[in-house]
Design a protein. Structure first.
Length: 334
């Protein structure tokens, strides 16, 4: 298990425990406005760059809702789960699988599920499920179905900061598809939802994540801010993944059984995620050697992420598929 002093960068916010001695520290100072604006302002004023997040980063979690709000913003900005320090323990979330594929569900609900809640008291008017960390089955199939398929999900965190962070990471993993879908941070006492985007349902952590991603993209486009953490040389493994990402994404699409129509729009190699099997092409190729399917991808992705998502393999296996193999996998044939 890592110690706080094993990290290169510590990120604190209001109420955080002290940073480990000898570790460079950045403060996320909440800004003005609602929770979304406040969290994004904290990132903008911190001096953090996307390159800084490639280092070993430790979030010093404070007690209370602010800790989860800033953690959601930091994960969105980093594009990954960040390790956290809470109640005297380092929580190595970065080592966990980003999705909850290990937890089977009971199938998609027979009717469209607009809202649900996980944790807290039984909610009025919407399904409520619970996750018991002491049970043999951490997440029952029935609970997994509700968490995974609800269009919007309220999450009522436990009082323990450590347990609250763990619940958030697990719920986010269960809800992840092509990209993250964070829950609402709830008290469990909100009124019955009246619409899909009811602003009375708590703090929209997914909106915070999306805004943090947008800020990272704006920052990368500008590329005029000095990095807090000196650049770290690429390891052989990361260099290999970078080489795979430089491969022509069109060639990768063809090897995944995809093809383009006359207008240059490609059929998605994940037809099972489309209601009509993607009979009408929906994936576009961009000049950055990245692609995006409007139905599957929340943002543009490169060749390695595409292969990972289509074939369900690790980054190393995706790089091997791209660089070392000429195998063609026709994902569009059932």
């Amino acid at each position: 298990m890592r110690k706080p002093t094993d990290y290169v960068l510590a990120v604190r916010t209001a109420g955080s425990p002290p940073a480990p001695e000898g570790v460079k520290t950045v403060e996320l100072v909440p800004g003005e406005g609602d929770a979304v604006a406040s969290a994004v302002a904290a990132l903008e004023n911190s001096g953090l760059t996307a390159a800084d997040m490639r280092a070993r980063v430790l979030y010093m979690a404070p007690d209370g809702p602010l800790g989860l709000v800033m953690y959601a913003a930091l994960c969105g900005f980093a594009g990954r789960r960040v390790d956290a320090y809470a109640e005297g323990v380092v929580l190595e979330f970065s080592r966990l699988a980003p999705d909850g594929a290990a937890f089977p569900d009971a199938g998609r609900p027979s009717e469209f599920l607009m809202w649900a809640q996980v944790g807290g008291p039984k909610a009025e008017g919407i399904p409520t499920v619970w996750i018991d960390p002491n049970a043999p089955d951490l997440v029952t199939p029935e609970a997994a179905s509700v968490i995974r398929y609800a269009a919007r999900l309220r999450m009522v965190p436990p009082d323990s900061t450590r347990d609250a962070l763990a619940l958030f990471v697990l719920v986010a993993a269960l809800r992840r598809r092509a990209d993250d879908r964070f829950p609402y941070l709830s008290t469990g006492t909100e009124p019955v939802p009246s619409a899909k985007d009811d602003p009375r349902q708590g703090i929209d952590l997914e909106k915070i994540r999306q805004e943090a991603v947008a800020y990272r993209q704006r920052q990368r486009a500008a590329r005029n801010r000095p990095e807090i953490v000196p650049p770290v040389p690429l390891s052989p493994r990361n260099r290999r993944i970078a080489e795979a990402n430089a491969a022509d994404v069109r060639t990768v699409l063809e090897r995944l059984g995809s093809s383009a129509d006359e207008e240059g729009v490609w059929y998605c190699p994940r037809p099972q995620r489309h209601r009509n099997g993607d009979q009408k092409p929906s994936l576009r190729v961009y000049g950055s050697n990245r692609v995006r399917c409007q139905g599957c991808d929340a943002e543009k992705i490169g060749p390695v992420r595409l292969v990972i998502d289509v074939l369900g393999v690790t980054p190393d296996e995706a790089a091997s598929f791209i660089l070392e193999s000429d195998r063609v996998v026709n994902t569009r044939v059932s």
